[in-house]
Design a binder for this molecule. Structure first.
Ligand SMILES: [Fe+2]
Length: 169
């Protein structure tokens, strides 16, 4: 991806516009008022849905050895990531690596980076525009990592910063 220091994207994606056409559940959950209120309360930001239907709710699947979601920061400030599938064993990859309070992607290769393993049913809420982050490559066949990624923003930030979403979805 040009806009993120040429970091790799080896994954299968489903964009928000297709999800909106095929699923009633995911758009309803994305726009759920109680969920938005909870996110606003946790983050102390006036969280609102992203206007761009492509990027607001997406599915990302890593399913082959070497599949990875390379280093980046998001166009919008908040990401709620819900795990549908994940490798049981952390040694099989699919781990979230992140460095809080920086957009410098090179920090992910230093000991300031943190690592998290998740299970199906887990979720995390990330300050995704000011946290460098990536997903480590899958290390073996037969394991999968599928997440629903809900992007949220604030009323003053409805413009994507990069063309990356249009390239990915
Ligand atoms: Fe991200």
């Amino acid at each position: 991806m040009e806009s993120t220091d040429r970091s790799p994207r080896h994954m299968t994606t489903l964009g928000g516009h297709i999800i909106a056409r095929e699923s009633a559940l995911i758009p309803r959950l994305y726009h759920d008022e109680a969920l938005l209120a909870l996110i606003s309360r946790i983050t102390h930001l006036p969280a609102v849905p992203v206007r761009d239907p492509l990027e607001r709710h997406v599915l990302n699947t890593l399913h082959q050895p070497g599949d990875t979601h390379g280093a980046h920061t998001d166009d919008y400030p908040l990401a709620l990531v819900l795990f549908i599938e994940a490798p049981h064993n952390p040694a099989h990859g699919g781990l979230l690596e992140y460095t809080p309070h920086t957009t410098d992607l090179t920090t992910l290769d230093t000991d300031t980076a943190r690592r998290a393993h998740h299970r199906p049913g887990d979720g995390y809420l990330l300050r995704s525009d000011t946290t460098a982050h990536r997903v480590t490559p899958l290390t073996r066949p037969g394991v999968r990592r599928t997440v629903a990624n809900f992007a949220y923003t604030t009323p003053d930030r409805q413009q994507a910063l990069t063309p990356s979403a249009a390239q990915l979805y």
